[in-house]
Write a protein that binds this ligand. Structure first.
Ligand code: KIV
Ligand code: ZN
Length: 496
């Protein structure tokens, strides 16, 4: 097996998404999770671009041990000096310098010539080499650069000491065959004894993963990726897609260092810290990526999972049941979910529950475990042990949010007061204060049922306790009350 190096640029190219900027503490949290995931290189930022980026590279360099920490620069001496300074605490460090090589960039961005650009590329590489051993060079817009000229640029920077040559399809323009042939052309025409080629593909035409894989098949040995595929415009190549493609296609004889079971938790972390929801049908990490809803598929999956699933969800860290019960589900799926809930039924009982199930499913999109317990005549575990007795919140502009809450727990009253960064946060903190349990909110969704400010707010909440997820729901015209009730509803399902 040959090794494919995973270069993660979530914290640099990924963080260029408007409105999704992270602070240094959040970046450190993600960097440590990337280290646990097993990435080889973390591109931590573009230090000359702002003091915040500089500081993040410094702090990530201190916090992370195994992966190489990489800092981006233009082919400008000052950028390279600042990057070297930011990397000074990194145990393994890399400077990523480069310049645009397509005619579009040479003419319109630099008003220069091909010869001049080669000189600047080689000079920047040689300059970076004075500070660090490991220098990566990027030929920006290589996707639209003529291969013959690109090979001359690559040869010049390899001669100047570059260890990795990045071939970005900056505008996401290439076709997979075209990109693969570009990589092959470079390997055939440049003396690459001491360097490897890297892919860096953008998603503008939806081909980033296909292009990266074609690059790898044609000899690239590093891929530049981001978690959830976030990045400029339509995004970058997504780490999870490339890694799982490589893992699924053993015939490629390539391996990565990624612990794939950490993929899903990290995807959730990035999505929540960046406030960027993952589209439900996103490959590998989308909510529906492993959800089977048609009756025919559910029946097949229950008979043998390999009929409709190429990856075991557990391999990417997803433990949830993948069968979604909807009006299209058959008896087989219903019976299997009832079994999981420890409800044993004979054929007649199953038919009776199935009738009621179809009735409900016509009115409600998907049927959850609590609905099934009710259909089967069972009460959800300890449903009403904890009740909301009293809630008062103070919030507003310039006011510190505070909540006073009284809970009725098995007919005994408990009161607490708490602050928070908003009314819901304050109220949930007060509930936690009374219950003293390490309950973590995993998902929190508020929806208006109709329209208008007098509308009923529906709150769905998923909480985690001791590694198990519990769902809560409530609807109320007061969304703070609905949120607290949904939280309590979930907690009531935790076995006492
Ligand atoms: O897409 C691109 O060309 C880049 C380079 C700066 C590496 O992100
Ligand atoms: Zn990019």
């Amino acid at each position: 097996m040959e090794k494919l190096f995973i270069f993660d640029t979530t914290l640099r190219d990924g963080e260029q998404v408007p409105g999704c900027q992270l602070n240094t503490i959040e970046k450190i949290e993600i960097a440590k999770a990337l280290e646990e995931l097993g990435v080889d290189v973390i591109e931590a930022g573009f230090p000359v671009s702002s003091p915040g980026d500089f500081n993040s590279v410094v702090e990530i360099s201190k916090a992370v041990t195994w992966p190489t920490i990489c800092a981006l620069t233009r082919a400008v001496e000052k950028d390279i000096e600042v990057a070297a300074e930011a990397l000074k605490h990194a145990k393994k460090k890399r400077i990523h310098t480069g310049i645009g090589t397509s005619d579009y960039h040479i003419r319109y961005k630099f008003n220069s010539t091909q010869e001049e650009i080669i000189k600047r590329a080689a000079a920047a590489t040689a300059y970076a080499k004075k500070f660090v051993e490991d220098v990566e060079f990027y030929a920006e817009d290589a996707g639209r650069t003529d291969n013959e000229y690109l090979a001359k640029v690559v040869q010049a920077v390899v001669n100047a000491g570059a260890t990795v040559i990045n071939i970005p399809d900056t505008t996401g323009y290439c076709l997979p065959t075209e990109y693969g042939l570009k990589i092959k052309y470079l390997l055939d025409h440049v003396d690459m004894k001491n360097a490897i080629l890297s892919t860096h593909c953008h998603q503008d035409l939806g081909m980033a993963t296909a292009n990266s894989i074609m690059g790898v098949i044609n000899g690239a040995r590093q891929v530049e990726v981001t978690i959830n595929g976030i990045g400029e415009r339509a995004g970058n190549t997504s780490l999870e897609e490339v890694v799982m493609t490589i893992k699924s296609h053993k015939e490629l004889n390539i391996e990565t260092n990624i612990n794939t079971q950490k993929i899903y938790p990290l995807s959730k972390m990035v999505s929540s810290l960046m406030n960027m929801p993952v589209q439900p049908n996103k490959a590998i990490v989308g909510r529906n990526a492993f959800a089977h809803s048609s009756g025919i598929h559910q029946d097949g999956v229950l008979k043998n999972i390999s009929t409709y699933e190429i990856i075991d969800p557990k391999e990417v860290g997803i433990n949830d049941n993948s069968i979604v019960l909807t009006a299209r589900s058959g008896r087989h799926a219903l019976k299997s979910r009832l079994n999981l809930l420890d409800i044993k039924v004979d054929a007649d009982e199953l038919s009776e529950i199935y009738e009621k199930f179809l009735n409900l499913a016509d009115r409600k999109k998907d049927i959850n475990d609590e609905d099934l317990l009710i259909l089967a005549g069972k009460e959800a575990n300890g449903t009403n042990r904890i009740k909301l007795d009293y809630l008062q919140v103070t919030s507003g502009k310039g006011v510190r949010c505070v909540a006073v809450i009284t809970l009725d727990i098995s007919s005994e009253k408990f009161t607490a007061t708490s602050f928070g960064n908003g009314p819901v946060d304050a109220a949930i903190n007060a509930v936690k204060e009374i219950l003293k349990r390490q309950v973590i909110i995993q998902e929190f969704l508020i929806q208006a049922i109709n329209k208008g400010s007098d509308d009923l707010g529906k709150v769905h909440m998923q909480v985690e306790y001791n590694g198990v997820n519990y769902y809560g729901f409530s609807a109320n015209t007061d969304i703070v009350t609905a949120s607290v009730e949904a939280f309590i509803n979930a907690i009531n399902k935790i076995p006492v």
